[in-house]
Write a protein that binds this ligand. Structure first.
Ligand code: NI
Length: 179
């Protein structure tokens, strides 16, 4: 087996009522090797979960960093093998939001056994830094926009049940993308 880099580690995902999920995370100012390792491990952990997004507080690191991976398509229910787009964003900030909002059902890797209906902006613009600290800006809509709003909430100590119009325990077989 070819060795292509540092081995990645699976990180422990914390869940409520862990206080790190309620803290306002601090901005990242240093883009060192340690940060790169954390990012790689978060991507690995998100994929293994499996989840569609992960925020650093969910692995016990109270810093403003999120990873998101979801099919880049207009389709509301994309095929399992649809090509996915990966975003790594440091210090993300929502700078524009659509007036339109829509309800959707969300789950969260840190809130096991519960889903909820949450209203989110259908389109947003997010500004932040890439993993090397260079400025980046993305325009996203639909599910991708929903995931970004969910992850950025995590950086401010907010979890989806805080915003949900209703929450429930999913029936067996009722599957949802988790972040
Ligand atoms: Ni979450």
């Amino acid at each position: 087996i070819p060795f292509t880099g540092a081995p990645m580690s699976l990180l422990d995902i914390v869940s409520l009522p862990d206080p790190v999920l309620r803290r306002k995370a601090r901005k990242v100012t240093v883009f060192d090797k340690e940060l790169q390792t954390l990012i790689d491990n978060m991507i690995h952990t998100m994929r293994e979960a499996p989840g569609v997004g992960l925020a650093a507080p969910q692995v016990g690191e109270s810093i403003r960093l999120v990873v998101v991976e979801y099919p880049d398509t207009d389709d509301d229910e994309p095929d399992e093998d649809a090509p996915k787009k990966l975003y790594v964003m440091v210090n993300p900030e929502i700078v524009e939001t659509s007036e339109d909002k829509e309800l959707g059902v969300e789950g969260c890797l840190s809130v096991p056994g519960l889903v909820g209906e949450v209203e989110r902006h259908t389109r947003i613009v997010v500004k932040g830094l890439n993993r090397q600290g260079k400025p980046m800006k993305v325009k996203v809509k639909g599910w991708m926009a929903r995931i970004f709003q969910h992850e950025i909430d995590h950086l401010d100590g907010i979890v989806f049940p805080d915003r949900a119009t209703r929450v429930w325990q999913p029936r067996e077989g009722e599957e949802l993308p988790l972040d």
